[in-house]
Design a protein around this ligand. Sequence first.
Ligand SMILES: C[S@@+](CC[C@H](N)C(=O)[O-])C[C@H]1O[C@@H](n2cnc3c(N)ncnc32)[C@H](O)[C@@H]1O
Length: 290
Amino acid sequence: MSTDGIAYWNVQVMKRWKRTQSADEARDLETFWDGRAEAFNERTGQRSARDYDTALVHCIADKAKLQPTDTCLDLGCGTGSLALPLARRLKCVTACDISGQMLGYLEARARQAHQDNIVTRHGRWMDLVPSRDVGPHDIVISHRSLGLIACDRDGSPDFVTCIARMHHLTRRAAFIIPRAFGVPDDDEFRRLFPECTGGPAERFSDLTTLNLLHAMGLFPRLDYVPLRQVQQFHSIDDEVAAFRHFFQIDGLRQLKRLHEYLARYALRQDDQYSMRTVTRVMVMWWLKEC
Ligand SMILES: C[S@@+](CC[C@H](N)C(=O)[O-])C[C@H]1O[C@@H](n2cnc3c(N)ncnc32)[C@H](O)[C@@H]1O
């Protein structure tokens, strides 16, 4: 393990993280995510989200060679988009989240599905003491949550300690799955907005995480899960804001063109829009013995 390499890539990961995350939000993650829980639960219950989860769980099960006797630790589990389908295949899932509201939805969904093999842990991941508060599991996953679960009480993420804890607590494999973003499945879109169509490999923050893992001697493998979905959203403005945030689009002209494009391309049904999208989810994972 090279200390210089770790320090260098840790700074790079932090720089990328700062561009997308406001320090205020990170300081009060519990309030922030409690406030988003209802909408998040609604979104993750949509058909397109369930197709996404199924494809991802299939990939995780395949790579980690999951058995029904295995256990999983899901960090920043939210309302259970992966914890619930994984629990159906496994002996037990420990689902950890800072938001009591998120866990409330997860527990309600588990009750509804008569699933009693999910144990919830409410708290900030970096406040829990490995081995004392949470023991080893066959797999550990962080799905769309790494920068958040790495945050300490001051709102600063400590990626190195967070990843080292994941490694410490896994018996077989650990997974870091960054957020992916579906874009219109259309040649015109690809021509007009090349900055949004490069796929996950264009996302520098994900690549810096990869380099950090490598510097820590964890030698991650990469897989891509391709997905075609029909996505729904409530307003064009919200969708433009989501594109802007994810792809870091600053130019006003480009945002205006995006607005015009989405208004033309998305289908309006009652109070919702729907759009055919395509994406590739990047799955970074490593084996305990690598
Ligand atoms: C983007 S959501 C992802 C949820 C879930 N993994 C999914 O993909 O559906 C991020 C989740 O991380 C949780 N979270 C944020 N900061 C956390 C922390 N420091 N410790 C534990 N959970 C945290 C939030 O409450 C939220 O549920």
